[in-house]
Design a protein around this ligand. Sequence first.
Ligand SMILES: Nc1nc2c(ncn2[C@@H]2O[C@H](COP(=O)(O)OP(=O)(O)OP(=O)(O)O)[C@@H](O)[C@H]2O)c(=O)[nH]1
Ligand SMILES: [Mg+2]
Length: 251
Amino acid sequence: MRRVKKKKATHPPIIYQPQGKPSADKQPQLYAQAQYLLSAPSLKECPEDTGWEVAFAGRSNAGKSSALNCLTSARLARTSKTPGRTQLINFFSLDEQRRLVDLPGYGYAKVPEAMRRQWGEQLGRYILERQALRGFVLLMDIRHPLTDYDWQLIQVAHQRDLCLLVLLTKSDKLKRGPAKNQLLAVQQQLEEEGIAAQVALFSSLKSEGCAPVWRWLDQQLEVGASVETETETLVEARPEYAPEDHDTADD
Ligand SMILES: Nc1nc2c(ncn2[C@@H]2O[C@H](COP(=O)(O)OP(=O)(O)OP(=O)(O)O)[C@@H](O)[C@H]2O)c(=O)[nH]1
Ligand SMILES: [Mg+2]
């Protein structure tokens, strides 16, 4: 009997597989054109202190780099399942005068005490001294909001009267109801402490929550002032980025 040779199954190569529903948000050109600028180990190595800057801060592993990647074009900032990965102040330019900044995460217990203290100092100096700094995005894992370190940062930002946007990240980890409750609880605690801040849910994994962040960033970066930008030009929504859901560190 003639044996029929089985055909080998062939699969088309997987180029990009979105993990969530495509976002309905349209990404403004200003954020799509973001480029890596430089990484500074301390304040004196930062770019010239002119123009407008918004910093992304939060505990190690909160999802800062992932959020930056999601809001901009692609894999600009390095993400990791190992907390404490971002040890430098990373600058990304949007145009000649506007930058987004990925700050080193704080509060990671395994980082040696001396290094933590040194980073605390650099972070404090950056926040208090940097003239270009116009606002702060504080990112907190929705399951672990408002740690002592977060409060310290909020107080320092408050001292300088910096605008604050609080993002509760990894919102995909909770169902809609509990996520909303967590949002309300955080809003209430900030209000009780007299902190004026916008609070919003955010998921890099699902590309959810980008539009309000872009609007808020536009305000802090005074988009439209002095430098001609193309924020009116909207490009297709979905940044070609979604972090892998390998966030097992504190599940
Ligand atoms: N489920 C889920 N996981 C996420 C999300 N955003 C980030 N992660 C995961 O969380 C981990 C940490 O993300 P990073 O963006 O590197 O966090 P970071 O705050 O920059 O961390 P450091 O640089 O160490 O301070 C990674 O494993 C990401 O894949 C999200 O929206 N949903
Ligand atoms: Mg990082």
